[in-house]
Design a protein around this ligand. Structure first.
Ligand code: 5GP
Ligand code: MN
Length: 347
């Protein structure tokens, strides 16, 4: 890990920095998930109590399942023409920029150049592999289950846990819950459970958060899930690989919205014996890919090497500018090379 709080000088400097009111911009990766918004909105609620001028700027809009989160209505969407001028101005004038839940500036999409041009102090809080070095303060650990876990640990190290109010706690719990797959993934640690417990102690309602996140399906989404599982799920037993792919037309037919495909990839991995699952989605003119795996098969490496992506060992994403058919073909043609590794994982 790399924690700036391990260095007493850096920690003191940072605490001094947080003293006076500052112009602060918080941002996370495009197409934000529960951890990206949990860390942004949790830190928003935290920093506001320290009297800073804080704004969350998201590179893209967010899926509906995150729309209930505290502070979500204040988020500026860089793709929204009405928000754009303000967002640009805030980035230019920021004293401090927090980069949350991503560690290569390329994941900011259209916002990347504005961030690179900024003279603000950069703070990186993240758990993705292979971080790019651009930040002045780094709180990074690839073993952490969620960026929200790291934010809690950072606040704890700074001695500021009293400022973790119910809104902060709700947001941080959301990121931990979503990025651990509800305390299921390999990253689920003693620390994660300790933090979750301490967040409950701050007055949050885990059942309510769970229902807001996971029990808000539309009929369209459930019908789409039915279609996906019945018609679109492929399993290649010889490689222990499951995959789905969806064209723009198929998504339109089921009125599939942003976020509706979230979690679908996990169904592939739930097949007994499956080692890797992949989903290919044609959206916004590119093919967006999600990979999941178990045990030692690293999908972040796989995605980095072949699909311009990355992430974590067992959960990664990537993209392709080829069409859907060629992208899936490329994926299938790669499998023999990985057969040995895939099939040697424990049953
Ligand atoms: P998801 O499949 O849920 O979109 O992403 C799984 C994990 O991989 C998340 O931690 C996400 O941040 C990361 N990830 C998704 N897409 C990309 C990508 O294009 N590049 C990199 N480096 N990481 C990604
Ligand atoms: Mn995350």
């Amino acid at each position: 890990h790399q924690y700036f709080t391990d260095n007493q000088n850096q920690k003191d400097d940072f605490l001094a920095l947080l003293k006076g009111p500052k112009n602060i911009v918080l941002t996370a990766h495009q197409n934000p998930d529960g951890d990206a918004f949990g860390s942004s909105l949790g830190l928003l609620a935290f920093l506001k109590q320290l009297n800073h001028n804080v704004t969350v700027i998201s590179p893209t809009d967010h899926a509906d399942y995150l729309a209930w989160m505290p502070g979500v209505n204040e988020v500026l969407d860089f793709q929204n023409n009405q928000h754009l001028p303000t967002a640009k101005k805030l980035i230019e004038e920021a004293d401090i920029i927090f980069c949350l839940d991503f560690s290569s500036l390329g994941r900011l999409g259209a916002m990347e150049e504005n961030f690179r041009a900024s003279s603000a102090l950069m703070v990186l809080i993240d758990h993705h592999q292979e971080p790019e070095s651009f930040a002045d303060y780094v709180f990074w650990n690839e073993k952490a289950a969620a960026t929200c876990e790291l934010i809690y640990l950072m606040i704890e190290e700074l001695g500021l846990l009293d400022y973790v109010n119910e809104d902060v706690a709700t947001c941080l719990y959301t990121g931990i819950l979503t990025d651990t797959g509800s305390f299921k993934f390999d990253s689920t640690s003693i620390t994660v459970h300790r933090i979750a417990g301490e967040l409950i102690d701050k007055g949050i309602n885990p059942n309510s958060i769970n229902r807001k996140l996971f029990d808000q399906n539309s009929i369209d989404r459930l019908r789409f899930l039915g279609f996906a599982l019945k018609e679109k799920l492929n399993y290649l037993e010889e490689f222990r690989v499951a995959y789905f792919y969806f064209s723009k037309e198929e998504l339109e037919e089921y009125n599939s919205k942003k976020g509706d495909t979230e979690g679908l990839v996990n169904y592939g991995l739930s097949i007994s014996g499956a080692v890797m699952s992949a989903i290919f989605i044609e959206r916004d003119g590119i093919i967006k890919i999600s990979f999941r795996s178990v045990d030692d098969f690293s999908v972040s490496e796989f995605s980095r090497n072949h699909f311009s992506g990355g992430g974590h060992r067992n959960a990664a994403g990537g993209k392709s500018d080829d069409n859907l058919e060629s992208t899936v073909k490329k994926f299938l043609e790669l499998l023999p090379t990985y057969k040995e590794k895939l099939t040697s994982q424990p049953e």
